[in-house]
Write a protein that binds this ligand. Structure first.
Ligand code: DCP
Ligand code: CA
Ligand code: CA
Length: 350
């Protein structure tokens, strides 16, 4: 069978890492992100220092403070995590269109057909990690393998800021010592049940026949028979369509000169058109321009116009007057029509 190249990418202590990034005074201290309402909330997550005290996701806040009195509690900022998530997924889409989003901080990428970096999955993974860090100042961990099961196991092996490559050679022996907790579909309840039957590791499962496992676990037993050998045929499932495509640039020095700003819109437009080619099956709903000023205030303007450069320039000029603050970042892009697109008008450049 044709061997696939699959990455599983998971951000490290995601909410807590974002908070640490934005409050440098938290560095080196145990941090928990979570609800504090009436002292009865639970934590969404914690940084690794806090985890040493047994403080983790779903730990009740009150208990967390008992386990670790020095714990610094931060209320969650979901909009911020969503914005970071959008940034990292924009990076992923440069490498593959076959992406399965599992949560804000986690995804499978099928890079089998990626032409970048000579189609070397390890180099692609390294580059994605680098790009995530440059763009967001955050670290992610990546598993590189030839199926989803092994890629996911890999992303957890060298956390934080790690890469693990799981190759097919001797895979059965190499994974024999892993806990069955790592298997997709083995939650708390299943784990308890499986433990009670004497199954703790992949190796324990490997000793049984398929029929044995089916007798113990029903249909899931057949999956387990393959998973425990590192076999997994599940496809990376696309979840929904991309809703927008945009390109942007942050200037080295905040920019006021109208001519220079227009020049950069032209450059962005070129880049945008070349990236749009990959989405030529999509219909465009609106075009948009994004402006972030030197004081970090941000505006986006949107209009139902075609993707010719003049429309972006007009949109930009209508919103931004020369007298205004210097600009830190400029972006442009489109929103796609979602759902079935039959009967929609194509908006082509004039
Ligand atoms: N999350 C949550 N409640 C949970 C689990 C997670 O709100 N019970 C949120 C907070 C996490 C984010 O989802 O930061 C991602 O969850 P992960 O399971 O990937 O955990 P982390 O990213 O926090 O840590 P790790 O480095 O172990 O991946
Ligand atoms: Ca994570
Ligand atoms: Ca995750």
């Amino acid at each position: 069978m044709h061997k696939r190249k699959i990455l599983h990418i998971d951000m490290d202590y995601f909410y807590a890492q974002v908070e640490e990034r934005d409050n440098p005074e938290l560095k080196g201290k145990p941090v928990g992100v979570g609800g504090m309402r009436g002292g009865r909330g639970v934590l969404c997550t914690s940084n690794y220092l806090a985890r040493k005290y047994g403080v983790r996701a779903a730990t009740p806040t009150a208990q967390a403070l008992k386990l670790c009195p020095a714990l610094i509690l931060i209320a969650p900022h979901f909009d911020k995590y969503k914005a970071v998530s959008d940034e990292i997924f924009d990076i992923y889409y440069k490498y593959s269109q076959k992406i399965q989003k599992l949560s804000l901080d986690e995804a499978y990428l099928d890079v089998t057909d990626c032409t970048l970096f000579d189609n070397n999955a390890i180099e692609i993974a390294k580059q994605i990690k680098k790009e995530i860090f440059v763009k967001t100042k955050l670290t992610a961990s990546v598993g590189v393998s030839y199926n989803k099961l092994l890629a996911k196991i890999g992303s957890d092996l060298h956390k934080p800021d790690g890469i693990a490559i799981l190759r097919s050679q001797n895979i059965q022996q190499n994974i024999a010592h892993f806990s069955i907790k790592k298997i997709w579909g083995v939650g708390k309840v299943t784990l308890k049940h499986m433990n009670s039957l004497g199954f703790y590791t992949f190796g324990d499962l490997q000793k049984k026949t398929k029929l044995d496992l089916i007798n113990c676990f029903g249909d899931f037993g057949a999956d387990l028979f393959h998973y425990c050998r590192g076999e997994d045929e599940r496809e990376v499932k696309l979840n929904g369509e991309r809703k927008s495509l945009s390109v942007e640039t942050t200037f080295a020095v905040d920019m006021s000169c109208m001519q220079e700003l227009k020049n950069s819109l032209h450059l962005l437009h070129d880049e945008f058109l070349s990236r749009l080619k990959k989405h030529d099956d999509r219909n465009i709903k609106n075009i948009c321009v994004k402006i972030k000023y030197c004081d970090f205030t941000q505006i986006t303007v949107e209009a139902q116009l075609d993707i010719g450069i003049h429309n972006f320039l007009n949109l930009f000029e209508k919103r931004h007057k020369e007298t205004e603050k210097p600009i830190r970042l400029l972006g442009l892009g489109v929103k796609f029509v979602c759902g079935k697109s039959e009967g929609q008008l194509e908006l082509l450049p004039l």
